[in-house]
Design a protein around this ligand. Structure first.
Ligand SMILES: [Cu+2]
Length: 214
């Protein structure tokens, strides 16, 4: 486990102790592989987030850090509550990566269109959802962009996505690994993962940029 991840896990463990009988922990979770936009920015730059080199080396992260550092520190908090399964109704086109401007707009910069760093993946790959809070899952839905969609120039809408994997009730575990087959897709794509947590009506929305290698 990387140092920062361990620190975050320890911090949430103490938060759990502090909240005690109230029973409401601040811990949540995220897809960490392929990394979400904000998790990736935190992983790459969390210990060096004021380095101006980021502006040229990783410009989408730079704009995100400039917009709201809390989106990266709270990489596990991109969720909405009370959506009642109507994800498409709750989240307008162009706002999918911020969960429909969730959490007061903390994650709005995730919707920015451009050349986000993308993880190279074979066409059979796994999504690793790090369920830090051990919520478990009522279900997971994994969508991939259609071949021909260009994430570097087009805002992401529901019509750009194909549902490629659904997973049902999942017991709490730190890491839930979801097998995904990207078919004949090539090149740059977005993996859009919805995690419906089990402890309450809490829905997580993850944009992960990938480059399919075949
Ligand atoms: Cu949570």
């Amino acid at each position: 486990m990387p140092t920062r991840l361990r620190a975050a896990a320890l911090a949430s463990a103490s938060a759990l102790l502090l909240t005690g009988a109230a029973g409401v922990a601040a811990a949540h979770g995220s897809a960490i592989d392929p990394p979400t936009r904000n998790y990736g920015c935190w992983e790459r730059w969390g210990d060096d987030f004021q380095n101006p080199a980021m502006a040229t080396e990783d410009p989408m992260c730079w704009q995100a850090w400039q917009a709201n550092t809390n989106a990266m520190w709270n990489w596990n908090g991109l969720y909405r509550e009370g959506v009642k399964g109507n994800h498409q109704g709750a989240i307008p086109d162009g706002q999918l990566c911020s969960g429909g401007r969730a959490e007061g707009g903390r994650y709005n910069a995730m919707d920015a269109v451009g050349n986000w760093k993308a993880a190279d993946k074979p066409n059979n790959f796994k999504v690793d959802v790090y369920d830090q809070a051990l919520h478990g899952g009522d279900y997971y839905k994994v969508y991939l962009t259609k071949q021909g969609f260009n994430p570097l120039t087009q805002p992401l809408g529901w019509g750009n996505l194909e549902l490629v994997k659904e997973v049902g009730k999942t017991a709490p575990a730190s890491h839930t690994l979801i097998d995904v087959n990207a078919g004949s897709r090539t090149g740059r794509h977005i993996v859009y993962t919805i995690w419906q947590a089990s402890h309450s009506d809490q829905s997580y929305y993850f944009c992960s940029d990938v480059n399919f290698t075949g």
